[in-house]
Write a protein that binds this ligand. Structure first.
Ligand code: NDP
Length: 475
């Protein structure tokens, strides 16, 4: 009996030690274990106001021709009451629910049931089964990369419908925009809540979970690192890529079709927005395997931030330029249009090349050429939860020698181009560049904090060699 109890106590101690080890080690790498007041305040603010912000923007377009100030003025002067605005807002309809359910089901089907065939005939494209990065618990997940294929199939069907079969109007998305918003919200909240419950009760990999004990923080930032159902349905890859990003280009096409229907022409600004954002979306799918190595997949846990964000924030706020142009069809002067195109393409080039340089460098372990020369780098090391020591390298040449996140700079230039395509009459289309600047600056600081904990003194050496974050000589 005594021997049995002693064995039990020893096992409990071992389990306790394992938990402490996990905590210490993960405290060095990954999402926070403790929540400071500023993070908590920001989270509460976002949980309360992000859905309202989305509603406000979409409602402003539908009821106030995209003016952001008129609804406020109406409310402040007593001209209108909240109930007046709400009563004019379209509610959830059976039609929107059916469209949305069909859309999500179709994307799930393409994701889990159609193995990638694009990599078999597209030279240079990396698809099919690919490995993600090592998680803090030392796990390497496998992913079926078939986003490009899903995007192509979806768009072929869209064009076949628009030009041959005419099952539904290509303006269908615009025509149901607000009822679809309610559907997207239902999915966003449902998936975030499910992810939280799953994280507590049946996580895919318990060692990669983080529970701070603060309900709001855990709900927002997520508990599980890589929640999955079955072997292949990965929540992060699915919700990040589809339905939101596949929908992005369809939404823009629907806005262009609405312009055509309303004014008998599609303006050059609408074409610019469709083309520049189309390049960005296609780039995402062409490089989906690379995406497995980005912060979203490698470091963020899956909670409301990603779940609701991908379902609602992304499709509704990233497409504001196209929506705005339906209400304000802007025909740009040729020099203005060319300037926007050049800025967008230059931004895209910097964004892509910077990401490509890092990807090539990491894939070949530094045995490659960047700008015709062998890349320069700093050797660094880190330790995972199980105590295993890993070695890595941080590149200090190419675009990575100019600034520590020059890929974000390129992204911001591209984002500014979309906004400039809408002219200068209203603030609403410029929300995107304001938001992206805040997002990427915050992301930059968050990433550097994480890298500093992960690499310790090696990170200090790196920042001494590459002192600027986004703009050489400025920030
Ligand atoms: P990065 O692709 O810049 O990845 C950062 C990671 O790269 C670091 O955590 C570190 O990871 C590694 N790293 C950092 N410096 C170096 C270096 N010098 N050499 C080698 N590796 C390095 O960041 P993101 O994942 O945030 O962004 C990917 C792209 O996605 C960006 O271009 C961004 O603009 C875009 N993006 C777009 C968004 C949108 O909403 N439109 C949102 C977010 C991102 P490790 O731990 O492996 O060392």
């Amino acid at each position: 009996m005594a021997a049995h109890q002693e064995k039990k106590l020893a096992e409990e101690r071992k389990h306790q030690n394992m938990q402490n080890d996990t905590k210490t080690s993960q405290g060095q790498w990954g999402r926070a274990w403790e929540v400071d007041w500023f993070s908590l305040a920001s989270i509460l603010f976002l949980l309360m106001f992000a859905p309202l912000i989305v509603y406000y923007f979409i409602m402003s377009c539908a009821q106030y021709q995209c003016s952001l100030t008129d609804p406020l003025l109406d409310l402040l002067t007593g001209n209108k009451h909240l109930s007046d605005i709400w009563n004019r807002t379209p509610m959830l309809t059976y039609r929107a629910a059916a469209i949305y359910s069909l859309w999500v089901t179709f994307q799930v089907f393409l994701y889990v049931s159609v193995p990638d065939f694009c990599h078999k005939f597209l030279p240079g494209y990396v698809g099919g089964v690919q490995e993600g990065a090592v998680t803090p618990a030392g796990v390497v997940n496998k992913y079926e990369i078939n986003g490009l294929q899903a995007w192509i199939i979806t768009h072929v069907l869209w064009f076949a419908n628009a030009y041959c079969f005419h099952f539904f109007s290509p303006t269908i998305i615009f025509d149901n925009w607000i009822p679809l918003l309610w559907c997207a919200n239902i999915l966003g909240y449902a998936v975030s809540t499910f992810a939280m419950i799953k994280g507590y009760f049946f996580p895919t990999n318990a060692k990669d979970c983080k529970i701070t004990g603060n309900f709001f923080y855990d709900y927002m930032m997520g508990i599980e690192f890589n929640p999955r159902i079955g072997k292949w349905f990965d929540f992060k890859l699915f919700f990040n890529g589809r339905p939101g990003i596949v929908a992005w280009t369809l939404i823009n096409l629907s806005f262009a079709a609405k312009q055509q229907e309303l004014y008998g022409e599609v303006t050059n600004s609408m074409i610019l927005v469709n083309v520049l954002q189309g390049i960005y979306v296609l780039d995402f799918f062409w490089n989906e395997a690379w995406y497995l190595k980005t912060i979203d997949i490698c470091h963020d846990h899956f909670g409301w931030y990603l779940g609701w964000g991908d379902c609602v924030w992304l499709p509704y706020l990233y497409t504001l330029q196209g929506l705005y142009l339906v209400y304000h069809p802007v025909q740009l002067r040729t020099d203005h249009a060319m300037g926007v195109l050049m800025l967008g393409l230059l931004g895209y080039y910097i964004f892509r090349m910077t990401n490509h340089q890092k990807d090539l460098f990491r894939r070949t372990n530094g045995n490659c050429k960047v700008w015709g020369k062998k890349p320069e780098y700093i050797e660094c090391s880190y330790t995972s939860v199980d105590g295993t020591k890993y070695y890595s390298k941080l590149m200090t040449s190419g675009f990575w020698g100019w600034a520590r996140h020059f890929n974000y700079t390129g992204d911001l230039m591209g984002s500014l181009a979309y906004c400039l395509a809408c002219g200068f009459e209203h603030v609403l289309p410029y929300f995107y560049i304001i938001y992206m600047t805040i997002l990427l600056t915050h992301r930059c600081i968050r990433d550097e904090h994480r890298c500093s904990s992960k690499y310790g003194k090696d990170w200090k050496c790196y920042t001494a060699v590459v002192p600027y974050r986004l703009l050489p000589g400025v920030f």
